[in-house]
Write a protein that binds this ligand. Structure first.
Ligand code: ADP
Ligand code: MG
Length: 287
């Protein structure tokens, strides 16, 4: 049986940029009863466009965007790429930033001109007891990040992403096979719900922090589910490790890839669906 698996994984590898790091996991894919997708960059394109920028102090919108670009230049998050791209589109000069750091699932921070700036999620803002400004409320599926200077709110940027073309078919294929399809995202409720509704997911979780993604996997396992989980970011690494089958997707980060059982480099939800169905078919032929 082993040579067959090797042959198949080699064939898939050549086609899809698939790397099976744990062959047992691949063989176990027939047992998958639930799959938890991360949203950004997996079910969605991960290409954020900037919709709105609002400055809440006396700096101009372009000054705020240049500052945000300076901080985000060191981040590999899709939101960061969206902000940096918008600043570049406007030909803005970035001030120099130092002491960059990121907090998984919450945001980033760096020093610019001697002040500490942070760009953070709505969840972080809430934790800090800061009320979001009126203008940040939206009825659209937008992702809003907040800019803080020395802990004080000075502006926000609203961005949006698109659902990948192939997500819908991939999800209905998995559901047809009796697999429960769920989504866990660090993004806000409104955006999560819009994606879940559009894709007819069996369930979704928003405002999820990295450690909560792995707790969710554990909870599902406790309910008797055999769980596959996909993720593309560092923030997904703990959950990828906890899942019965961890699938790292996209060019991703090294950390996510290291903890995954399977890595898909040029991946899409349909590759994931095919991989799972293929795993099932392969096993049936082998027994
Ligand atoms: P997802 O589950 O969609 O991949 P993440 O856990 O990566 O989301 O991020 C959760 C939230 O943390 C984002 O929606 C955003 O609000 C915030 N965040 C993460 N990284 C950054 C960043 N580089 N810049 C600004 N905000 C960020
Ligand atoms: Mg992610």
């Amino acid at each position: 049986a082993v040579p067959l698996v090797v042959a198949i994984s080699t064939a898939l590898s050549a086609k899809n940029g698939l790397l099976i790091r744990n062959r047992t996991a691949f063989e176990n894919s027939r047992k998958i009863s639930a799959i938890v997708f991360d949203k950004t960059g997996t079910l969605t394109e991960g290409n954020f466009g900037v919709n709105r920028i609002e400055s809440l102090d006396d700096s101009s919108v372009d000054q705020l965007l240049a500052l945000a670009g300076a901080v985000e230049q060191s981040s590999e998050h899709p939101i960061a790429r969206g902000i940096v791209n918008e600043a570049k589109k406007r030909d803005l000069k970035f001030p120099s930033a130092s002491d960059f750091s990121s907090t998984k699932g919450k945001g980033v921070s760096a020093k610019v001109d001697g002040s500490q700036y942070q760009i953070v999620s709505p969840g972080y803002l809430k934790e800090e007891g800061i009320d979001p400004p009126e203008g940040a409320n939206t009825d659209k599926a937008e992702t809003v990040v907040f800019i803080l200077k020395e802990g004080k709110l000075i502006g926000f940027i609203a961005l949006s992403d698109q659902i990948r073309g192939e997500s819908k078919d991939a999800i209905s294929t998995l559901k047809d096979k009796g697999i429960k399809v769920l989504m866990a995202t660090g993004d806000n409720e409104q955006t999560a719900k819009a994606v879940a509704d559009e894709l007819k997911l069996d369930g979704y979780y928003s405002h999820v922090l990295p450690h909560e993604k792995s707790e969710l996997i554990e909870k599902l396992q406790g309910e008797g589910e055999f769980v596959a989980m996909t993720g593309d970011g560092v923030n997904d690494a703990p959950a990828l490790a906890k899942a019965d089958i961890g699938i790292a997707v996209g060019s991703g980060t090294d950390v996510a890839a290291e903890t995954a059982d399977i890595i898909l480099t040029e991946s899409s939800p349909s590759d994931i669906a095919n991989l799972i169905l293929f795993g099932r078919a392969t096993y049936k032929k082998m027994v």
